[in-house]
Ligand binder design. Structure first.
Ligand SMILES: Nc1ncnc2c1ncn2[C@@H]1O[C@H](COP(=O)(O)OP(=O)(O)O)[C@@H](O)[C@H]1O
Ligand SMILES: [Mg+2]
Length: 328
């Protein structure tokens, strides 16, 4: 596995700690980029590996849509030649779905101009995936099916982000076998701390048995209530234990973040990242920090690859179209 590839599993066995919200907003902001913040656009694949399909519905993708999903991908007989691209929902359809669902919910409003993606691809999921834990159990290579399926398209994307279910079952193990980084969202509430040591033990086990490339990308404190003594306590405990691994950016608990899935689009697209839109602003700040971490680690490994988007633009004779600050 390429040590510099960003394949991030967004994982925590606890439910409701903002795994999906974080995966969706990070994937979107890294894909679209933001020149003001110094984040170049990148080609990003977001994998919804939760049978609840919340990452898919975050873009207004109708779960009843009869499209092939990550379930069909995982269930293919091994050795079968399959084209992962056939399973992906590309930027055009994602944009259509977001705009359609925004219009449904806000009939009197104009669709915001920012409500579009150009570089984001989604491998969707739906409830069929709930059978996978059991069906995979008897299959050969059950822990590495996702890794094998992704291998042929690894170089087609700059970043791959995987949203996982709230358990450490076979689906999450598949995510952790395919990834080389783990991002752990931690909800700023008391019980969050209890789950962390269990999670770290499980990660060590996966590192030993399934994937020795796996490393901690970062810990993000989410659903932080400003002025709450409990939130402050949890944040300081997490920082005490995990130091530099914890992102400086803290995601506050905000209605705008909770409401975004209703409008069928990530908050980073629905709202401008301004002072008045703290939810969007903080997720963009998390994307900036993530981008800098990715650059730093690439530099440590001595690799500065040109972004996939830029390579594609050069091939089409239009390199000016895509800027990147890789290597700067
Ligand atoms: N910062 C936040 N402020 C308010 N609500 C949030 C925030 N982050 C997530 N939520 C909401 O909390 C619920 C759980 O978040 P979700 O991302 O689905 O967690 P998980 O994927 O870990 O189960 C969802 O309804 C989501 O919209
Ligand atoms: Mg989720």
């Amino acid at each position: 596995m390429d040590p510099y590839k960003t394949i991030i599993a967004c994982t925590n066995q606890k439910g409701g700690c903002a795994k999906t919200t974080t995966a969706v907003n990070l994937a979107t902001s890294l894909a679209e980029g933001n020149p003001k913040l110094g984040i170049p656009p990148s080609k990003v694949l977001l994998i919804d590996l939760d049978p609840q399909g919340n990452a898919s519905t975050s873009f207004g993708v109708d779960k009843r849509l009869d499209v092939p999903t990550v379930y069909e991908l995982l269930m293919q007989p091994t050795g079968e030649d399959l084209n992962v691209h056939d399973f992906l929902i590309g930027p055009d359809i994602l944009t259509d779905e977001m705009q359609r669902s925004f219009k449904n919910m806000n009939q009197d409003q104009r669709i915001p101009k920012r409500l579009k993606v150009e570089n984001l691809y989604l491998l969707p999921s739906n409830i069929r995936l709930s059978g996978a834990e059991i069906e995979l159990a008897t299959k050969l290579g059950r822990e590495t099916r996702l890794r094998e399926a992704l291998a042929p398209v690894m170089d087609d994307f700059d970043h791959i982000i995987i949203d996982t279910p709230p358990s450490l079952g076979l689906l999450t193990i598949n995510a952790l076998a395919a990834a080389n980084w783990i991002l752990v969202p931690v909800q700023a509430e008391y019980y969050a701390l209890e789950g962390m040591s269990q999670l770290m033990n499980s990660i060590r086990l996966i590192q030993r048995r399934v994937n020795n490339h796996l490393k901690l990308f970062g810990i993000a404190v989410t659903m932080y209530t400003p002025r709450s003594k409990l939130s402050q306590f949890v944040e300081s405990e997490v920082r005490k234990h995990f130091g530099e691994d914890v992102f400086q950016t803290v995601i506050p608990r905000l209605m705008a973040i909770a409401e975004a899935p209703k409008d069928g689009a990530p908050v980073v697209l629905l709202k401008n990242p301004t002072k008045g839109n703290k939810g969007s602003k903080q997720y963009w700040a998390l994307a900036k920090e993530s981008h800098l971490r990715i650059m730093k680690r690439r530099a440590e490994f001595g690799v500065n690859p040109e972004s996939v988007l830029r390579r594609e633009a050069i091939k089409q004779g239009d390199p000016e179209h895509i800027w990147n600050d890789i290597g700067e």
